[in-house]
Design a protein around this ligand. Structure first.
Ligand SMILES: [Zn+2]
Length: 186
């Protein structure tokens, strides 16, 4: 067996939709809201603009507004960007919703449950232990490496530390690319 891994498998984490928002509803006990298909509201007040992304409580449907721009001079926004807000451009919705600044500013967190997937190529590593996997993120989905690896390889979480040499801490949630080596089982 060579000590140099000669197979590198690319894994990709990507979103399949928009994450939900964890935020407290003011009208009901729910703590979950959705941006739905994504809708902006633009409000002009003299020469100042407010732009919000609208969210809806998943239980009672109450609409809330997530601040995107607050009292910015009309001229400071690129006209193409403004058109995008008026057209509810899905790319623009995703860009703002996934921007950590929006979450911080509006005191919400993203709930990615069921809104992402892991793409793995078909594996035939039988004759090539150990092999290396490089994980990249097409979208900033937060994952715990040990859980992602267990899912991708069909291992139990207790097997992961024995079979994996990872270049980042296994239990620290990340959305940055990382790589790991898969060692043969017993
Ligand atoms: Zn509600």
């Amino acid at each position: 067996m060579s000590s140099q891994p000669h197979i590198v498998l690319p894994w990709v984490v990507r979103r399949t939709g928009l994450p939900l928002l964890s935020s407290r509803c003011t009208d009901c006990p729910s703590r979950s809201a959705t941006a739905g298909e994504g809708r902006f509201r633009v409000n002009a007040n003299g020469k100042l603009l407010d732009v919000w992304l609208l969210a809806r409580c998943t239980a009672c449907g109450r609409t809330s507004k997530l601040t995107v721009h607050e009292r910015v001079p009309v001229g400071s926004l690129d006209p193409a960007l403004l058109d995008g807000y008026h057209a509810n451009d899905p790319e623009l919705v995703a860009r703002h919703l996934l921007d950590p600044l929006l979450a911080r500013r509006n005191r919400v967190t993203l709930d990615w449950t069921g809104a992402w997937r892991l793409d793995t190529p078909p594996v035939r590593p039988g004759d090539a232990w150990p092999y290396r996997v490089e994980v990249t993120f097409a979208d900033p989905v937060p994952v715990r490496p040990d859980r992602l690896i267990a899912r991708g390889l069909g291992l139990t979480r207790s097997e992961v530390p024995r079979r994996i040499k990872c270049d980042v801490p296994l239990r620290r949630t990340t959305s940055s690319g990382f790589a790991f080596l898969v060692l043969p089982g017993d």
